[in-house]
Design a protein around this ligand. Structure first.
Ligand SMILES: Cc1cc2nc3c(=O)[nH]c(=O)nc-3n(C[C@H](O)[C@H](O)[C@H](O)COP(=O)(O)OP(=O)(O)OC[C@H]3O[C@@H](n4cnc5c(N)ncnc54)[C@H](O)[C@@H]3O)c2cc1C
Length: 278
């Protein structure tokens, strides 16, 4: 894992374990369950149902359920994903600087990624997965940056121990590469954001305001499932924002309840004393 000051190069599993240990200290409980459904009550509050047939009730709900990358259908790609196949130059660009990099996209988003990666290495090629969608201006820009355009479909990836050595194209050509980046969109890891009625943006992420509030009262979305950059440090910041916002909202709700109870008690007392005086 990169991009998280003081935690550079930590294994994601170790980061999660350390984070959980700290949260437990503050009374947080982790359950090895999948949430299969969540229900909104008319008067506010939620019921959350797990795959272990348990139900939990809550006043507020934070969804930090993440995204799943749509991994291109290329034979062997899963053997290299996360080690020499990536999707984010800001997470993994520095480690492969000056190496041979292939950028793959079946739509125009890959064009920007190819140009971006050309700032990390001068040995970059752009593969369109068999499509031919670039216009004359885009082709000229690639030429200006010395980025070869390959429109033949990619059918296979080969290498050893997670390290890619080359791509095999449909015409049997082999393209030697050290790293491969793709843009192929992503999907929500579960249906909760959608199922609760949160507004979803064009790219499939939940729309929130700067306090992580969605359009559904009481539902907050933090991390990759919400819009904004998909970094661990951003996910953590969004979690902190949602936590403070919820804490303040609960304090305010309690304050209003106490005032209401106080008003009711004062009214009852004055009615009783008026009756006594009669
Ligand atoms: C190959 C790769 C490399 C990356 N490298 C970096 C990097 O170097 N630096 C960086 O900052 N970012 C990196 N990222 C991005 C980073 O992983 C994400 O930004 C980050 O994990 C987002 O955290 P999150 O908590 O929002 O989602 P996630 O980490 O996806 O966590 C979501 C959690 O919710 C759980 N979940 C989902 N649905 C349910 C459900 N219904 N019930 C119960 N649990 C559920 C999932 O099992 C998962 O544990 C990388 C991503 C990939 C794929």
């Amino acid at each position: 894992m990169h991009n998280y000051l003081t935690r550079d190069d930590i294994l994601p599993g170790d980061f999660i374990q350390a984070s959980r240990k700290e949260a437990v200290k503050y009374g947080v409980k982790f359950l090895p369950s999948e949430v299969v459904n969540a229900e909104i009550f008319k008067d506010g509050g939620f019921a959350v149902y797990t795959d272990k047939k348990k139900v939990f009730f809550a006043k507020k709900l934070v969804l930090a359920t993440g995204l799943r990358d749509n991994i291109p259908a290329i034979e062997g790609i899963h053997d290299f994903y996360g080690r020499s196949v990536f999707h984010c130059p800001y997470c993994d660009g520095w480690e492969i600087r000056d190496k041979r990099i292939g950028i793959y996209a079946k739509n125009k988003n890959g064009f920007e990624l190819a140009l971006s990666l050309a700032t990390w290495s001068r040995d970059v090629c752009f593969l369109t997965g068999g499509r031919n969608y670039l216009g004359a201006d885009e082709k000229k820009t690639l030429e200006a940056f010395n980025i070869p355009l390959i429109t033949t479909p990619v059918i296979k990836m080969e290498g050893k121990n997670g390290q890619l050595s080359h791509l095999v194209l449909k015409d049997h050509r082999k393209i030697p590469l050290d790293a491969f980046f793709f843009v192929n969109g992503y999907t929500q890891q579960c249906d909760l954001v959608n199922g609760l009625g949160c507004t979803i943006g064009k790219q499939g992420v939940a729309m929130t305001n700067r306090l992580q509030e969605t359009n559904v009262p009481g539902v907050y979305v933090a991390g990759d499932a919400a819009r904004d950059m998909h970094f661990v440090v951003v996910a953590a910041a969004e979690g902190a924002r949602a936590a403070v916002t919820i804490n303040k909202a609960l304090q305010m709700e309690e304050r209003l309840l106490k005032i209401k109870q106080h008003d009711k008690a004062t009214k009852t007392r004055s009615v009783l004393s008026a009756e006594k005086q009669k």
